[in-house]
Write a protein that binds this ligand. Structure first.
Ligand code: NAD
Length: 287
């Protein structure tokens, strides 16, 4: 692929810190090669302090766009020209598109999650969903679900710094969309039982189930999961979390975080190149 690079290639960045461990550059460049489109994707170590200059650089050099990850997802919004309705509600952006000098901020995490449900034949539109977590992934999923037409969201978070933030996002969802979002304390087990019983989909959007909490699950009582419930986990390493193991033993349909990751990448590539990424090919290449 490198031998093909000429003066017409456009650069797409990834601004985050730390970032050298990221699999995104490999995944994105495999896709651009396969699609035979003139883009290259490179990771840049950008701290919060460097972010304003990095955005000026993006504009000056005419990058086609950039992915944005921690710690810059919230801060970056103030340096952009336009934000999608999802980004306005979430308050965080993970994708910048540079269209003739106009920078638009998108959030593709929720788009990826909702698309992964759809591709798996799960219909949650007009229904209720329970989300465990109130951090970045949970916020993006809740907002996109509300914008896509999920009728009701029951969001459970522990009493930590994320709680007040997700309460604020739920308030915005209730004001700006037709979806009814309620935030509960994760410690309220009877409410958790009731909300899951009324839901079509249960989504774990916490880190419980991956290192250093691998082997753990926020749901430990299998009887809380009836077989008609679809149980999803944003975690993709391990592929099968303890929660998904318990759900499978109850006969539930399960989905891990691979689909969310691949489809959010698909959404980014569509934004930057206008092309549909070959998802099956990427799955095969990334193993
Ligand atoms: P975050 O740090 O923003 O939020 C973490 C959330 O987990 C918070 O709600 C916090 O309260 C909760 N939490 C942490 N420890 C807990 C515990 N012991 N008990 C109960 N709740 C606990 O993180 P994030 O970016 O929202 O990521 C959450 C998960 O989603 C991670 O596992 C991450 O790998 C995964 N994720 C997957 C994708 C994907 O594409 N599949 C994308 C983003 C995030």
């Amino acid at each position: 692929m490198r031998e093909n690079i000429d003066g017409h290639f456009l650069l797409i960045g990834l601004m985050a810190y730390p970032i050298r461990h990221s699999l995104s550059p490999k995944m994105q460049n495999i896709i651009y090669s396969k699609l035979d489109v003139p883009y290259v994707y490179l990771a840049f170590e950008v701290t919060q302090e460097k972010l304003p200059d990095a955005i000026k650089g993006l504009r000056a050099l005419g990058l086609r766009g950039s992915a944005v990850s921690m710690p810059n997802k919230q801060l970056v919004c103030q340096y952009l020209d336009k934000l999608t309705p999802a980004v306005e509600l979430i308050g965080a952006c993970n994708t910048i598109s540079n269209d003739d000098g106009v920078l638009t901020g998108y959030n593709t995490d929720g788009m990826g999650y909702m698309r992964s449900l759809k591709e798996a034949g799960v219909d949650v539109i007009g229904k209720k969903m329970t989300i465990l977590g109130g951090g970045g992934a949970a916020s993006a999923i809740a907002v996109q679900a509300a914008l896509d037409g999920v009728k009701e969201l029951a969001i459970f978070n522990q009493q930590d710094e994320c709680f007040a933030k997700i309460v604020e996002i739920a308030k915005r969802i209730n004001e700006k969309t037709a979806c009814k979002a309620t935030v509960y304390d994760l410690a309220d087990k009877s409410q958790l039982c009731q909300q899951i019983a009324e839901s079509t989909v249960l989504c774990n959007a916490t880190g419980v189930g991956m290192k250093p909490l691998e082997g753990q699950s926020l749901i430990t009582d299998p009887t809380m999961l009836r077989k008609e419930l679809v149980v999803t986990d944003c975690i993709y390493s391990p592929r099968k979390t303890k929660l998904l193991e318990i759900a499978e033993s109850q006969g539930c349909k399960t989905l891990n975080g691979i689909g969310m990751m691949l489809w959010q990448g698909h959404a980014q590539i569509k934004i930057w190149t206008g092309q549909d990424a070959p998802i099956d090919y990427v799955k095969e290449k990334m193993g």
